[in-house]
Design a binder for this molecule. Sequence first.
Ligand code: T4K
Length: 411
Amino acid sequence: MKKRIDDLAIFGGTPAFVESLHVGYPNLGSREKLLYYINDILDRRWLTNQGVYVQRFEERVADFVGAKYCIATCNATIGLMIAMKALGLMGEAIIPAFTFIATAHALQWQEVTPIFCDIDPRTHNIDPEKVERLITPRTTGIIGVHVWGRACKVEALTQIARRYNLKLMFDAAHAFGCSYQGRMIGNFGDCEVFSFHATKFVNTSEGGAIVTNDGELARRARLMKNFGFADFDRVDVVGINGKMSELSAAIGLANLESLKDFVNINYRNYGYYQKYLRDIDGIELVLFEDCQVHNYQYIVIKVDENVTSLSRDQLQKILWKEKVLARRYFYPGCHRMEPYRTRFPDAGVELRETEKLAKSVLCLPTGPAVGEVQVNLICQIIRVSVENGVGVKRRMDMAAEGESYVKEAAR
Ligand code: T4K
């Protein structure tokens, strides 16, 4: 139990947990199924290059989201790169600054300049109203990111893309198993890219997929993920090795069979967080629309420092001492990471909402390693810290001053 300031590990109390609680602890489906698949793969002696497991995985993903084509890749970053190239993006493409760095790097890797757009603070997603002013004669595409699995304003972005004759794709790394206006994500824009990284609620250990309803785009992407080979000895386009392995596909297939269980666990935990975070002034849980389908894989809180007195970073420090490894996704924003920081040193001026959000959000652990007991304890830590915010901050500030004094004296 964490009831008083002195119970907090940062002030000498016993840490709430013995083992670290991660935000991205991988989900694993039936071990028997997986081992059966692995044995079968070993018996077949077919380990990669679009084997039967990858084909099956692609079919399952396409069926699940109701899209015509799925091209499995070795990870979402390479999936994004292939999709961008297959779409013919050049010059500049507009993306939100509030995203994982892979969205920006996938463009920059092929010398397409990412132009960072601010977000809508209500949705945490790219703000269509701000997209239009960033369009220049060099712009060839817009890439929305469905942050936390909450869909972008797809219609508004589609209209802008049509009006300016731009390609539109979505980084749907967080959004497998989520819907927008009743339709599964995977069906919007020219294409969408999912991540099946170990930390995603359905994982293939490393993996991704490009999903589209455009047959010609699918054909190009498929060529590109296999070095451009159209046949033995025949290369039609510049390609890369973006193939998913059979072992990854097997993990993915076993996990897909448990998808409903994973969502139920995440949804249950989301409910516990709603219950135990209720009425903590200055802490807002990011909510998901009841009318849409969600994977609930991210539990995100926003810390309003004006109310809590404690900064988000101080709260993170408190949680880490308790072995709750909360993460500051996507601090400090892509525009503040290299090479973009050097290239656009003043980008922050136009990215006010991104900067504010990047300083205030914290992702908390969920998934099968977490249940009501753990959520209750995590929320107790947050409650004790925030409800005693002024005192906790004072003690932390004094300790920090003491540390820097000792360091200074030791020089
Ligand atoms: N676009 C967006 C919007 C994305 O968020 C991402 C990736 C991508 C594109 C690119 O997708 P991929 O190319 O990765 O398929 C993690 C993930 O590595 C990354 O996939 C994810 N987004 C990002 C949001 O989070 P890190 O650097 O924070 O991961 P890491 O290794 O610290 O893992 C998070 C936590 O999970 C750790 O506390 C430890 C725990 N963990 C991790 C692994 C790998 C485990 O318990 N077991 C494990 O096997 O980026």
